[in-house]
Design a protein around this ligand. Structure first.
Ligand code: GLA
Length: 409
């Protein structure tokens, strides 16, 4: 799939409008009538709090100005019984059954749609056969939650088509279930929550036990979030995620506790002989990362950028050495950023998302962001032979309907 990266020079709002118009026009030319709904859902970048959403922790993501857009309308063909999705990026279409099935019958990207549709149908919603066209500016496989954006955009589109409005929390959970049951990925709640609840000018401190979000203001125009895609994705990702999750669960069971939030480093130390080395290392990451995330949220709110930066570097080191989900390319990106240093505009940097490739997130002084970006990309390519790509983003608004016609087709 081509990454529909928009020219970096286009401001975010224009990129968004242009993408919506392109998807809408594509729908019209394929189906011969105008879509009755256009839905948007963003990807996310996590500033800190990695691999702790499924470990009773706190995470600190923001939605990004990159979106999945879906234009759709009930089908005009009376004999059609399924939903047809056309991806303008892959130039491929797929028919998806409308049923309450509890597992996938589709393969590949169809599973995400099937899972979300099944969530609506099993919740008693009457979903009509429909046609949909999708376009995306969220890089795929970059650790920026392109799949959660796809699920949440599908759910938002279905809300528009059926008139069945879900509570935002219910919508995020329905999409997480689709990811678990249909895509087979035992993810936490961070990605779907970020895509649903994203707010401009705010990071979200998400308490993964209570599922409450505390807004952390992030308005300082002098500080920017630079997202750099290593443009590598190591195959290990899916299996290793589930394996880390299991190791965390077995370590917690061995500690005899129900929540990682109650675990201290001293607890881990006294259980040392009963834990495998991997369990111990995973536990160390989880305990320290939960603490770092709370500290970082405070530092963000107080504009203590140097402190945020230090916490980001420690988070990366913990993910690299203890949780072991980084990779050479991500380590290179973070090291280059660190070498540039605060004098030349870098406060901090770390890998973001599930790991084994994907993106790094770097906090930079806005006035120097362009220079930092160029230096990182040039040195990264020199050292690895891989061409990276990058963009900055302000915290973006979460999923919403861009358009809903009064008269459905
Ligand atoms: C993936 C998952 C999230 C989270 C991150 C790691 O993105 O979908 O739930 O666990 O990895 O923080």
């Amino acid at each position: 799939m081509t990454d529909l990266s928009h020219p970096a020079s286009l401001p975010a709002a224009e990129q968004f409008i242009e993408l919506c118009q392109r998807v809408e026009a594509e729908f019209q030319s394929r189906c011969g009538y105008v879509p009755s709904v256009v839905a948007a859902a963003p990807g996310r970048v996590n500033l800190i709090g990695e691999h702790v959403d499924y470990n009773h922790g706190f995470v600190l993501p923001m939605a990004i100005e990159r979106y999945v857009i879906i234009a759709a309308a009930p089908s005009s063909n009376p004999s059609q019984e399924h939903a047809t999705f056309y991806s303008s990026d892959m130039q491929e279409s797929i028919d998806v059954p409308i049923s309450a099935s509890s597992g996938p019958t589709c393969s590949g990207w169809g599973r995400y749609f099937e899972g979300v549709i099944a969530g609506f149908v099993s919740g008693g919603c009457n979903v009509p056969p429909f046609d949909a066209v999708i376009g995306s500016s969220v890089p795929r496989g970059g650790g920026l939650s392109s799949s959660a954006a796809l699920e949440v955009a599908t759910a938002t589109m279905l809300e528009g088509i059926t008139g069945q409005q879900l509570e935002p929390l219910e919508k995020a959970m329905l999409c997480q279930r689709a990811e678990h049951k249909f895509a087979g990925m035992p993810c936490g709640i961070m990605d779907q929550f970020s895509s649903v609840f994203g707010m401009p000018n705010e990071l979200m401190l998400l308490d993964c036990i209570s599922q409450e979000i505390q807004a952390v203001p992030f308005r300082d125009e002098n500080v920017s979030v630079l997202i750099t895609n290593s443009n590598v994705k190591h195959e290990l990702a899916g299996g290793a995620y589930a394996e880390r999750r299991r190791q965390c669960e077995s370590a917690l069971a061995e500690l005899g506790l129900l929540s990682w939030r109650d675990v201290t480093l001293a607890d881990l130390d006294s259980a040392r002989s009963r834990l495998t080395n991997d369990e111990l290392a995973c536990g160390r990451h989880v305990v320290t990362e939960i603490g770092r995330t709370l500290d970082a949220a405070k530092a963000f709110a107080n504009g203590q950028w140097a402190l945020v930066g230090e916490l980001m570097y420690s988070s990366h080191e913990s993910l690299q050495k203890d949780f072991r989900v980084s990779c050479a390319e991500l380590d290179t990106l973070v090291r280059i950023a660190r070498e540039i240093g605060s004098e030349d505009g870098v406060y901090g940097s770390r890998m973001t998302g599930g790991g084994f490739g994907g993106c790094s997130v770097t906090l930079v002084r806005s006035g120097l962001a362009k220079a930092v970006r160029e230096r990182i990309l040039m040195q990264y390519e020199n050292e690895t032979g891989v061409q990276g790509s990058s963009f900055t983003s302000r915290p973006a608004i979460g999923a919403h309907l861009v358009k809903r016609n009064a008269h459905d087709n």
